[in-house]
Design a protein around this ligand. Structure first.
Ligand code: IPE
Ligand code: IPE
Ligand code: MG
Length: 231
């Protein structure tokens, strides 16, 4: 049996379809999705997970209708402001990965404030991938490497230039909504992650579903290229 995953990453997909199924506007799905974010964050923390990374907004999501983009930004900022004290009380450190520069100023400020307020928290780190795409993350890393004039690169050195510097690679990657793809999420970091896909839409995903995913993960044999006999 594997121990509890240290780092769980989740592609929170299906908010729009959840709303459409109920004849509601897509935004209502995102609102409900935020409730699931809170529940899963608390559940992961209580279960003893050290890092939880949530894919909230991709590079490609910038191409959605402007009103949906604005609504998503507003929802995030509202969540940060409303839940700041709860994060602190529960020892949850907040951090983002992604291209911060593309975000509106008020979002950048809310993020900086939340990161600062939770800096000392040490029960779990909540990492929100916002304006995040693995390909642009890798390109930004290469730009930094060129600027520093490095001539030799190893996987360890390269990793240290990614947004996820200092964070161990995800042990378990979960995606809701039935899509079987990674949509430009953590391409480098998931080289040896265990994948768990389920049909449920993100707003319906709760603590018991997270626990099921973890139980499934625990039973898997992670070989990292070795034979089963070598383990
Ligand atoms: C995931 O739900 C949330 C974001 C991508 C922001 P979607 O909005 O992608 O929902 P579907 O996939 O259209 O149902
Ligand atoms: C992936 O969901 C991004 C997030 C969950 C933030 P999408 O709904 O954008 O992915 P695709 O376009 O269906 O692959
Ligand atoms: Mg989607």
């Amino acid at each position: 049996m594997n121990p509890l995953p240290k780092h769980i990453a989740i592609i929170m997909d299906g908010n729009g379809r959840w709303a459409q199924n109920l004849n509601l506007p897509r935004i209502d799905g995102h609102k409900k999705g935020i409730d699931a974010v809170e529940e899963i964050t608390m559940a992961a923390r209580d279960l003893g997970v050290c890092y939880l990374t949530l894919y909230a907004f991709s590079d490609e999501n910038w191409d959605r209708p402007a009103e949906e983009v604005v609504a998503l930004m507003d929802l995030l900022v509202k969540f940060l402001k409303l839940k700041k004290q709860k994060l602190i009380n529960n020892g949850i450190r907040f951090q983002t990965i992604g291209d911060n520069d593309r975000l509106p100023k008020y979002v950048q400020e809310a993020i900086a404030e939340e990161e600062e307020a939770t800096r000392q928290c040490d029960k779990m780190t909540l990492i929100v991938a916002l304006s995040y795409g693995a390909r642009t993350e890798i390109c930004r890393a290469v730009e930094k490497i060129i600027k520093q004039g490095l001539k030799e690169i190893s996987p360890e050195i390269f990793s240290s230039f990614l947004d996820t510097y200092g964070i161990p690679d995800p042990d378990l990657l979960i995606r809701t909504s039935g899509e079987l793809r990674v949509s430009n999420f953590l391409l480098w970091q998931i080289a040896y992650s265990e994948f768990y896909f389920l049909d449920m839409l993100w707003p319906d995903f709760g603590k018991s579903d997270l626990m099921k995913a973890i139980e499934d993960y625990k039973k898997r044999e992670r070989r990292f290229g070795k034979t089963g006999e070598q383990l």
